[in-house]
Design a protein around this ligand. Structure first.
Ligand code: DGY
Length: 326
């Protein structure tokens, strides 16, 4: 078996692969471009990819030996699943293992923006801490505020559990209502407009799909409260960046915490970064030692299972596996 891995990932995954297969790893810190990826993966049976690699029909046609694409991520908007299925290629992902860590970061961003942690630390570092200021660095309370969760999947639920610890009132919107979760988590359903109008904090937890691309634009931002904070740890293109810039500059909302952006990465001279109440982290929501090791391990288990003819732990198109064994 030959497996191509598109970046250096934790040993928990690489060791598993190396014990079972010939493994080639893209050694650079930046992702391979298309030609480099094709060269790396020539003759490979399996591809272990990251969210930075676009996997589509063109790539698969250039790599006809590949039988499985295992994405080390829960999101898979970088993969054309239909094109994979049409070519009998299994697509696997790494859900669950990153749920709590991602929710931790969503909450960290929410707290950091509200309590102006980075902005105030910048002042301390620059020697600007002169005295205790009765009017300095005021921000909204987190405890007791209303949090609106857009997308009550695994990560949205994990954020709700954290919010309960802060005595927040929790609203959610979702494709369908979740009566069991409403009872279990003490959350109340609203449609998106209602949630935006009522929430002090809005946290996005939907996957990027044609239906969610641009979901939060000018009209939605205008519905939010002037004191509200928007948090995005899902995917950048869910929020329209120009509208977001206008929203913070015009004071339609109070602050923003983004772990994902559009474009991503956001250029250092992007006007959003000039705003003191916009906090941007470089897509690090799952970046704990433990979680990245689990993601790498699960991604490796997925590839190996498919190549061994076993059922992989997390496959998006299992019909491909059945087809193989039929
Ligand atoms: C994912 O898994 O989709 C994240 O964005 C990276 O951990």
């Amino acid at each position: 078996m030959r497996i191509a891995v598109t970046r250096v990932i934790p040993d928990a995954g690489l060791d598993l692969l190396r014990d079972a297969a010939e493994v080639v790893v893209w050694p650079e810190p930046l992702p391979p471009d298309r030609d480099q990826l094709v060269q790396l993966a020539e003759g490979a049976d399996g591809l272990l990819t990251l969210l930075t690699e676009r996997v589509d029909g063109d790539l698969l046609d250039r790599l006809p030996t590949v039988k499985v694409v295992s994405n080390m991520a829960v999101g898979y908007d970088n993969i054309d699943v239909e094109a994979c299925t049409a070519r009998g290629v299994a697509v696997c992902t790494t859900p669950d293992v990153l749920t709590e860590t991602t929710a931790d970061l969503a909450f960290a961003l929410l707290m950091a923006v509200a309590r102006r942690l980075v902005e105030s630390y910048d002042v301390v570092r620059a020697g600007g801490w002169r005295t205790w200021e009765p009017m300095g660095f005021l921000g909204p309370d987190v405890h007791g505020a209303t949090l609106g969760i857009v997308g009550l999947g695994r990560i949205g639920q994990a954020v709700a559990r954290r919010a309960r610890g802060f005595a927040m009132r929790i609203l959610y919107t979702n494709r369908q209502r979740e009566p069991d979760l409403e009872a279990k988590l003490g959350v109340e359903w609203r449609d998106l407009d209602g949630l935006l109008a009522e929430s002090d904090f809005v946290s996005l937890h939907v996957p990027l799909t044609p239906a969610t691309r641009g979901l939060i634009g000018r009209e939605q931002l205008r519905r939010m409260r002037p004191g509200a904070i928007l948090i995005n740890t899902a995917r950048g293109p869910i929020v329209q960046t120009d509208a977001l810039l206008e929203a913070v500059e015009q004071g339609w909302i109070w602050g923003v915490g983004l772990d994902v952006t559009d474009p991503e990465p956001l250029p250092a001279d992007h006007p959003l970064l000039r705003h003191p109440r916009v906090l941007v982290t470089p897509h690090i929501a799952s970046a704990s030692y433990q979680t990245r090791a689990r993601m790498a391990e699960l991604a490796a288990q997925n590839v190996l299972a498919v190549l061994r003819g076993e059922t992989p732990p997390r496959c998006l198109n299992p019909e491909v596996l059945t087809r193989d064994s039929a």
